[in-house]
Design a protein around this ligand. Structure first.
Ligand code: CP3
Length: 347
């Protein structure tokens, strides 16, 4: 394996890169006027995710503005259940709406044989973004592919959309472990195939978003977060040695030490994490990523810089990737993002 040269890949290989590489979760999106212009021209969000020309364009928009160290494929974690044949709609101001998966018939209806064709446009987007980064002179920017982790995807499928506490999903995990385990297994295998296809198409890093990992008890966290991630990472490592994996078990708290044993190269830290204390729970070689509060980025000014500097100070002597603790929000002023990147790059 040749030594990586892109800053993000070096940090993921365990190197202390300073100033650290920087990118932001949801860096493509509604806070950018150029994204809203593209979005206004498509009939719905799924159409945007499955039209390679447009998905590649919006992936590149934040790179052109800010020169981030990573581009993240423009898609959504709910595209995989959609590809399995589960319905998906994004309603204005409401977020995703899906059928509720509550029984064996719902599980049996998920069809892995549909996935490859359904996600073919996503793979074409990956190829176009790689070509676009090279063509536009972003030779230091690495492309991240991603999927939702099985538990978080299951949350949306069982509830039929977002939820404050995913109570029906958690209750199903206890009350019907056969059904819930069957769903988790099916999603885990589909996730491996989907991420593997992204690596083959040109993704240089793969990320697993487990946004709702933190709603689980420690025993269920081991079973439905650590277990599937371990299986996914080991299979990806076998198929694609040298492609690093970032895990984001949001709100995992004290469980991140166990999550590190999944074999991920980096762990995304949510906003609640004290980085120095989190680092003490992790092996030295693993990279940490995070964890600026998205609301500090909305506020800007001295409050933003104070938070950025605190993070940089805590992470100076270890492999680190600067990011937010959760996705950027639509009301974020684009000029605050520019100020943030300049502050990190001046570290
Ligand atoms: O820039 C990027 O980060 C890449 C693209 C990306 C999107 N969603 C685009 C998107 C990524 C990596 C995601 C991940 C995602 N999607 C997660 C995990 C991370 C997290 O935020 O916790 C989750 C839970 C989802 C599910 C999802 N998608 C929800 C709950 C919503 C509605 C909320 C909202 O912000 O509207 C979406 C829609 C979505 N995904 C949008 C974008 C840009 C907004 C839709 C639009 O433009 O109309």
């Amino acid at each position: 394996m040749p030594e990586p040269t892109k800053p993000l890949l070096r940090a993921l290989a365990g190197e202390e890169v300073w100033p650290p590489p920087v990118w932001l979760m949801r860096q493509a999106g509604r806070y950018l006027p150029e994204y809203r212009a593209v979005r206004a021209g498509v009939k719905d969000f799924v159409a945007l995710c499955t039209t390679p020309e447009l998905a590649a364009e919006v992936t590149l928009q934040p790179i052109r503005r800010y020169g981030f160290d990573a581009a993240i494929l423009f898609s959504d974690i709910l595209i995989l259940p959609w590809a399995l044949g589960h319905g998906l709609e994004f309603k204005e101001g409401e977020g995703p709406v899906l059928p509720k998966l509550r029984d064996a018939a719902g599980l049996a209806a998920l069809d892995p044989a549909r996935v490859a064709d359904a996600v073919a446009p996503v793979m074409e987007t990956v190829r176009r973004v790689r070509a676009g980064l090279a063509r536009e002179g972003f030779g230091q920017t690495a492309l991240i592919g991603f999927a939702g982790a099985p538990f978080t995807v299951a949350c949306y499928m069982v509830e039929g959309g977002g939820s404050r506490d995913f109570a029906a999903t958690r209750a199903m995990a206890y009350a019907d472990p056969g059904l819930f385990g069957g769903l988790m297994d099916k999603l885990t295998e589909a996730t491996i195939g989907y991420l593997s296809a992204q690596a083959e198409a040109g993704a240089e890093v793969l990320m697993l978003f487990d946004s709702w990992a933190g709603v689980l008890s420690p025993s269920l966290f081991r079973q439905h977060v650590v277990g599937p991630a371990t299986r996914i990472v080991s299979e990806l490592n076998r198929r694609h040695p040298g492609i690093p994996v970032i895990g984001f078990p949001r709100l995992a708290g004290l469980m991140i030490g166990e999550y590190a044993a999944t074999g991920v190269n980096a762990i995304g830290m949510d906003t609640s994490m004290d980085l120095a204390r989190a680092a003490a729970l992790l092996p030295d070689g693993i990279a940490m990523q995070g964890n600026l509060d998205p609301m500090a980025l909305v506020a800007g000014g001295d409050a933003l810089f104070a938070e950025v500097d605190t993070i940089l100070l805590a992470m100076k002597r270890r492999p680190f990737i600067f990011n937010l603790g959760h996705g950027i929000v639509p009301q974020t002023p684009p000029e605050h993002v520019k100020a943030l990147v300049e502050r990190v790059r001046a570290a």
